[in-house]
Design a protein around this ligand. Structure first.
Ligand SMILES: [Zn+2]
Ligand SMILES: [Zn+2]
Length: 239
């Protein structure tokens, strides 16, 4: 947190040092990022990402879309437009916030984007198949995604029963848990633990964590079996 001097913000444990939330998914042939955070450029540099086939968005909040301009590096490397997948509301926000990339007369050097609006249908990017899961972030609709036995859900504080059914059977769930205290638009740690328990997910990783959660090492000791705090640079393999 900018200008914060709390124990988490001053911690020497790298796992307490977080950039904004997103994930990179790779199969042998396809690489996709979910959300382009304000830290997107540095995240790509830090993880030495050489290839990006598409971007999939969860929602239009700035901490999930602001880094989009920097996909232009991949335009240059791959010599093609970057496909983007988003729901209608998010697509509109992208067209508004990055208006210059959609202008009739484009300034040279801006990102080349190819926007695909997806409602609730399964769609494929290469050999990766994305099943949208509709969740609520206060009154805003956010899209989570199930890819095979892996599910990614961020910025939720409510999930309807029929959408929960889509998550069941996942081997790994990444789920947002902001902090221990109640929040109006994010699950708390206990709410996230309860949901993972209810859905009987073998391994759940909590993400979109605030510095108010406490130290990674302390909170980790309090978690039930099969539940973990995610951290920057965490890599998971799904068979
Ligand atoms: Zn949000
Ligand atoms: Zn967020």
């Amino acid at each position: 947190m900018v200008a914060c001097t709390c124990a988490v913000c001053k911690s020497n444990d790298k796992k307490d040092n977080r950039l904004r939330s997103s994930i990179l998914i790779s199969s042998p042939s396809t690489t996709v990022v979910i959300d382009t955070t304000p830290d997107f450029r540095y995240q790509m540099l830090r993880s030495n990402v050489q290839k990006l086939d598409a971007v999939v968005f969860t929602h239009s909040h700035k901490d999930h879309i602001a880094g989009l301009d920097d996909v232009k590096a991949f335009n240059f490397i791959h010599q093609n437009e970057m496909p983007l997948f988003a729901n209608e509301e998010t697509a509109k926000a992208i067209q508004r916030d990055f208006y210059y990339a959609f202008a009739d007369k484009k300034y040279p050097g801006i990102p080349a984007l190819e926007l695909h609006v997806k409602h609730n249908e399964i769609f494929s990017i290469g050999d990766l198949h994305f099943q949208p899961i509709q969740v609520k972030h206060l009154h805003m609709g956010v899209t989570g995604y199930r890819i095979s036995d892996f599910t990614y859900i961020t910025d939720a504080n409510f999930i309807e029963e029929q959408e929960k059914e889509k998550i069941k059977g996942s081997k790994v769930l990444v789920l947002n848990a902001l902090r221990k205290e109640k929040h109006l638009s994010h699950f708390t740690l206990q709410e996230a633990i309860d949901l993972a328990t209810e859905l009987q997910i073998p391994n759940t990783y909590f993400t979109h964590i605030s510095h108010q959660m406490g130290l990674h090492a302390d909170v980790t000791m309090e978690l039930p079996t099969g539940m973990h705090l995610a951290y920057d640079g965490l890599r998971l393999s799904i068979e």
